[in-house]
Design a protein around this ligand. Structure first.
Ligand SMILES: [Fe+2]
Length: 401
């Protein structure tokens, strides 16, 4: 990152507290107690509960003298109904704090639980419109319903430190997004040992999410030196360690590097923002229900090709971060090396498929293009090269199809 102009202004919000390292899940009891909890609820999904991944947290909370219960009903894709069921469990058990142990879906569900526990009205009233240029939701989050301790079991979304919560509405077929600093977990306990159970395809998909979020954040046109510093360092670490974590899930060093990257990228993009790879992935996710990170990994090289003309210096920085030798070559050549390095990295982790390989249909592509076009405004304004026509939106989908 070579800053040539320091005269802009920016705002940067930090998460309250991050506790990081192998075995730190044992500290969840002490942390819950420090937040005044007597009756915490562990929120998780049925698979993690079944394989015993919640045991360390349960033991720690019990040993701290707290009355702990487990709710393991979080669906792979959180829905309005699944969040409401979780809220009922919280109320019925007279709970006072949420320990969100799982991937992005679980942590996002917990944030929406906290929203519903502390505020009037329906969840959908707090969702951004995602149409046109003004995405302001009808209602603002006023109160925190419960403290959240996030314990991520994947290294990807960064949800453990971000303020956003996505929940699918089956009536509309659209995932709605609520976002407010009040919803951010109070403490993130990042224990890489809990990431070791991820199978290679999930390591690849979630790792592609972290990489894409870091790159999209870095490419956002906005003065954000703190977010950029975090994002570019994370790109370097992901480039080195994602293939290792994919090759050997038990490599705790690689798991640690990836978890640090994902959490750090969460802090970065929570401040710096994202460009259109996430617009595509969010809409494609609604329409096809394919994994978020897989969709990002498939689309990322094409997003970089499209934006290339507007961000060659930044792509050259990315080339350097990914270990390319760019000494003595032109900025354009270095930028080309950056894009090629991303393509190779995706191939290394076996994200080398096309949307059609994954069963996406022509009809779905049309629906996705229309929705992306309807909501492209705010992110186009911040992209190195924003969309000008519907054909721009469709062209990228065609390339990835
Ligand atoms: Fe993401």
């Amino acid at each position: 990152m070579d800053m040539t102009n320091w005269s802009g202004d920016f705002e940067f919000r930090s998460p309250a507290r991050i506790i990081f390292g192998a075995g730190t899940v044992e500290r969840v009891g002490e942390v819950a107690k420090s937040l005044g909890s007597k009756a915490p609820l562990i929120v998780t999904d049925p698979i993690l509960h079944e394989i015993g991944l919640t045991e360390g947290a349960e033991k720690s909370l019990t040993e701290a003298g707290l009355n702990v219960e487990v709710f393991s009903g979080i669906a792979t894709e959180p829905t309005l109904a699944s969040v409401e069921t979780a809220v009922e469990a919280f109320r019925a058990g007279d709970r006072d704090l949420i320990v969100a142990l799982g991937g992005g879906s679980t942590i996002d569900s917990s944030k929406s639980m906290s929203l519903l526990l502390g505020n009037e009205g329906k969840l959908t009233e707090y969702h951004q419109s995602r149409v046109g240029t003004d995405w302001t939701p009808p209602r603002r989050v006023e109160n925190r319903g419960a403290h959240i301790i996030s314990v991520p079991t994947t290294a990807g979304t960064g949800s453990e430190v971000t303020a956003g919560s996505g929940v699918f509405n089956p009536d509309t077929g659209i995932k709605g997004w609520a976002g407010d600093p009040i919803l951010r977990p109070s403490v993130a306990i990042c224990d890489p040992v809990l990431n070791a159970s991820m199978p290679p395809n999930v390591t690849a998909d979630t790792g592609a999410d972290a990489l894409s979020q870091a790159m999209e954040c870095y490419l956002v046109n906005r003065f954000k030196p703190t977010a950029d510093t975090l994002a570019i360092k994370a790109i370097e670490v992901i480039g080195k360690y994602l293939p290792k974590a994919f090759a050997n899930g038990q490599d705790i060093d690689a798991r640690s590097a990836m978890l640090w990257s994902a959490t750090t990228v969460g802090v970065a993009f929570g401040n710096g923002g994202l460009i259109h790879n996430h617009t595509y992935s969010e809409v494609l996710g609604d329409v096809t229900h394919l994994p978020h990170g897989r969709l990002l990994g498939i689309m990322l090289p094409f997003i970089l090709d499209f934006n290339f003309v507007g961000c060659q210096e930044k792509l050259a920085d990315i080339a350097r971060a990914l270990g390319e030798n760019v000494d003595g070559i032109s900025t354009r050549h270095a930028a080309e090396k950056g894009v090629a390095a991303v393509r190779r990295l995706m191939a290394d982790i076996e994200i080398d498929d096309k949307l059609s390989d994954r069963g996406v249909t022509e009809e779905q592509i049309q629906t996705v293009a229309e929705r992306v076009w309807a909501q492209h405004g705010p992110r186009s304004a911040l992209s190195p090269r924003g969309f000008r026509t519907f054909d721009d939106v469709m062209g990228l989908l065609r390339q990835a199809y």
